[in-house]
Design a binder for this molecule. Structure first.
Ligand code: NAP
Length: 313
């Protein structure tokens, strides 16, 4: 059993998977991918549901993605998840993209359909909706939300989900401000599509500047950190405690630390917070439901993820 498969393995799949106790039918595709916790939760779910298949890690570089995805049907895959940095490029390699993923512009779940065609989906945004409900007992659409990192893949998916859920207000912030401004323009169009009144007042892009952020934070309920700031050792919180307040709820999509820097800053002012563990869990559960058309064993997947997280700390 290999820890990580590669494009060379896909080209000679029978030899590469010799000795695997179960057929490899699913994978997470990324670069890097060795750290991914997805195999732990999906293999636990597959075993629990009596599905004789294994979920592995597949390392494909950007220039290998198209060829790699074109080969998965031929070697009997049910589907794959795509992670950093392939989510946008994967969309271009699909034969069919569902409406939601098309709107978001990124694919994190691929399903091999009968005949071997590839269908693309996005479960990150819907996973976040479930996570906010599970962590805080709140409906995303009822909240005023600030999205930090509204220029990256996760930030874009989440900001669009906020629009589709009909959030009362969305404040977009990104280090490269132009990306947040462009996204704000797109989101206005989405609200217009719903026929909701005063759509223009609902979305704004704000400079990443302490005073402006402090002002905006007084007018939002939920802050979602979608930047990778906090993943590196020595990273500081994307927002200083001095501009946070106890009425905020903070969701950090980072799941590699149990208390992230943003959460620690929130602790200092008594704000409720959660890390990205629950989003990881629910995006995985939704992918499982797409592949197998049956409810995912969520609690079992949660336990498997926890064991994996403890082992990797
Ligand atoms: P990405 O596309 O590379 O985007 C990275 C984002 O972070 C961009 O907005 C970038 O701003 C910003 N950024 C990077 N370094 C920064 C810094 N030093 N200061 C301020 N902003 C900075 O990555 P992604 O796929 O969206 O992932 C982003 C985060 O979401 C990661 O931490 C990842 O773990 C998390 N995530 C979690 C889940 C989950 O299930 N929990 C799922 C997906 C992603 P610029 O545009 O200015 O470069």
């Amino acid at each position: 059993m290999k820890a990580v498969y590669t494009l060379a393995d896909l080209r000679d799949w029978a030899r590469a998977t010799e000795g695997e106790p179960l057929s490899v039918r699913l994978a997470v595709v990324g670069d890097p991918v060795a750290h991914s916790a997805s195999p732990a939760m999906h293999n636990a779910a597959l075993e629990h549901c009596g599905i004789a298949a294994r979920y592995v890690r597949l390392h494909l570089r950007a220039e290998e993605l198209r060829e790699g995805l074109s080969m998965i049907a031929g070697v009997g895959f049910v589907g794959v998840n795509c992670t950093i940095p392939h989510k946008a490029a994967a969309l271009l390699a699909m034969d069919r993209v569902d409406e939601h993923a098309k709107r978001v512009g990124v694919v994190n779940t691929v399903m091999v359909e009968p005949g071997g065609t590839l269908a693309g989906f996005n479960t990150d945004g819907p996973g976040l909706v479930r996570a906010v409900d599970a962590e805080f007992g709140a409906r995303l659409g009822d909240l005023r939300v600030m999205v930090l990192g509204a220029g990256g893949g996760a930030g874009r998916a989440i900001a669009i989900e906020c629009a589709l859920e009909g959030c009362r207000r969305v404040v977009l912030v990104n280090r490269t401000a132009e990306k947040a401004r462009d996204l704000a323009g797109e989101l206005s169009g989405l609200w217009r599509g719903t026929g909701a009144p005063a759509h223009r007042a609902r979305v704004s892009a704000v400079e990443w500047e302490r005073e402006a952020l402090g002002r905006e934070l007084r007018e939002v309920d939920l802050v979602i950190n979608c930047t990778s700031l906090g993943m590196g050792a020595g990273d500081s919180s994307p927002l200083p405690a001095a501009i946070l307040h106890s009425g905020l709820i903070l969701y950090d999509t980072i799941y590699t630390a149990s208390r992230t820097q943003l959460m620690l800053a929130g602790d200092a002012v008594g704000a409720r917070s959660a890390n990205g563990f629950s989003m990881l869990l629910y995006q995985g559960a939704l992918a499982f439901e797409i592949w197998f058309g049956r409810p995912a064993p969520v609690e079992l997947m949660r336990e498997a993820l926890k064991v994996q997280a403890r082992a990797s700390r």
